[in-house]
Design a protein around this ligand. Structure first.
Ligand code: EPU
Length: 427
């Protein structure tokens, strides 16, 4: 088991370049199945979630090769619709995009029930509703979701909740269906738009991505394409908060400033200076932090995937703030870890009251999920002294070369390997 050892309390300075968006990549990689020829995907982040998806594709008969560090070629011409391998897919939420992609290509799919970060119950009823309305039969059997159809037919689908995953899965399934599919109450996240742009570059006919209503006119065939993934909104937001938490001064390059507006707005209200350029942001913290209230919401609201990181920053402010989680039922599990570092946070259901104390203290903590892990890193880098963060495999699922990027900004961080818990027991 690897862990990070961090000597915090040093302002971060310099430049950092943001990688391709994880949540776009994990949709676009399965979507490449829809073309029966080689797709070239650029700006792919080098993270373990991507490695897992490409391994699944390879095991299912696709040819997958890295052309360079961030360019991937996927040729799914010889892929056959077969069950997605259980052991590889069950722990990764995004593996359920193989449902939509295989259904779109072969009219059938069999995929393990998805796992992923634990934020309470994570149902897939809206995905199933969409597939059924498109004419598919859906069965749950032995931990697998089996979907099949004679032929998918375009239809009107109203989602009862705004769901990124269901919007993506229905887009993937509907892109080659007969006729027009209309998704109402669709998710509007930047990665939804990125997936639509990718599919359109293959010859799909998708309109309205980024709004509440997405219209998909089914086409016969999709052709191979070359496509560049957008920069990661959440990685960029995480470095913005890191600069602020460590009283730093950081130029964040390769970003889309528009995607970061909800974060920029809150940071500026807290007293952080954020200067926008075409594709970069300069973030600097000149003085003390003022608390603000935050409510997470689907895009264009404040992103839930930035909630733990911002909560750390609010714990470093000098007054009280309220954080309301508007997307997930249970996304405050990491607060127990933050309390070890001296944070004063009371949680009641989906609301956390953060009594900012101006500083945090170093402590041994663990990453309870991906973004919670990023929050622990921020807290450790802000706190004077040595902190250790366990279970960093969560962080490596979604942040490319985080240790190297942080070190280049002057952070004192190193990764060490310790025998895993089972080994310890055996000894
Ligand atoms: N929901 C349902 N039924 C469904 C689907 C979702 O009730 O069929 C509910 C969920 O329980 C939740 C809400 O709808 O309360 C939103 O869930 P959504 O489907 O939008 O989430 P997701 O697709 O599973 C993606 C990201 C998450 C991010 C959420 C919200 C990927 C791979 N994951 O998850 O990202 O938190 O959207 O923006 O895109 C992360 O990157 O750390 C991460 C967890």
């Amino acid at each position: 088991m690897d862990k990070f050892v961090v000597n915090g309390g040093k302002p971060l300075h310099g430049e950092v370049t943001i990688s391709g968006a994880k949540n776009a990549a994990v949709a676009i990689i399965p979507a490449a199945i829809l073309a029966e020829g080689p797709c070239i995907i650029e700006n792919v982040p080098n993270i373990s979630d991507v490695a897992l998806l490409t391994r699944i594709l390879h095991d299912m008969g696709a040819s997958v090769r890295m052309i360079n560090k961030s360019t991937l070629e996927i040729n799914a011409k010889h892929l056959t619709s077969q069950p997605v391998p259980y052991d590889l897919a069950r722990n990764m939420r995004a593996s359920y995009y193989f449902l939509g992609a295989l259904l779109g290509r072969f009219s059938k799919a069999s995929v393990p029930m998805p796992g992923g970060c634990d934020f309470g119950v994570r149902p897939i009823d809206q995905h199933i509703k969409g597939f059924k309305l498109l004419g598919a039969q859906v069965e749950l059997e032995n931990g697998m979701v089996n979907v099949s159809a004679e032929r998918l037919t375009g239809t009107q689908i109203y989602f009862d909740v705004v769901s990124v995953g269901a919007t993506i899965n229905v887009m993937l399934a509907a892109v080659k269906a007969r006729g027009m599919t209309v998704i109402e109450n669709a998710a509007k996240e930047p990665h939804i738009v990125d997936l639509a742009n990718f599919l359109n570059s293959m010859g799909a006919d998708i309109m309205g991505a980024g709004t509440d209503v997405i219209k998909i006119r089914g086409v016969e065939k999709l052709r191979p394409t070359t496509y560049t993934i957008i920069p990661d909104q959440i990685e960029a937001g995480t470095y913005m908060v890191l600069a602020a938490a460590t009283k730093g001064d950081v130029m964040i390059k390769n970003v889309i400033p528009k995607h970061l507006e909800p974060i920029t707005d809150k940071l500026m209200k807290m007293g952080v200076e954020v200067e926008e350029f075409d594709d970069s942001l300069h973030v600097r913290r000149p003085g003390e932090l003022t608390g603000v209230n935050i409510r997470t919401m689907p895009h264009p609201g404040f992103p839930t995937d930035m909630q733990p990181q911002m909560t750390v920053l609010l714990a470093l402010a000098n007054n009280t703030s309220i954080v309301t989680e508007g997307v997930w039922d249970n996304r405050f599990r990491y607060v127990d870890e933050l309390r070890r570092m001296g944070a004063n946070i009371q949680v009641d259901g989906k609301v956390a009251v953060v009594e900012g104390k101006g500083s945090l203290t170093a402590a041994p903590v663990k990453a309870t999920d991906l973004r919670a892990g990023a929050a622990m890193l921020i807290a450790a880098l802000a706190a004077n002294g040595e902190s250790q963060i366990e279970d960093i495999y969560h962080i490596e699922r979604g942040y490319e070369e985080i240790e190297e990027k942080l070190r280049a900004l002057g952070a004192d961080i190193r990764k060490i390997s310790t025998p895993d818990k089972h080994m310890k027991k055996a000894l």
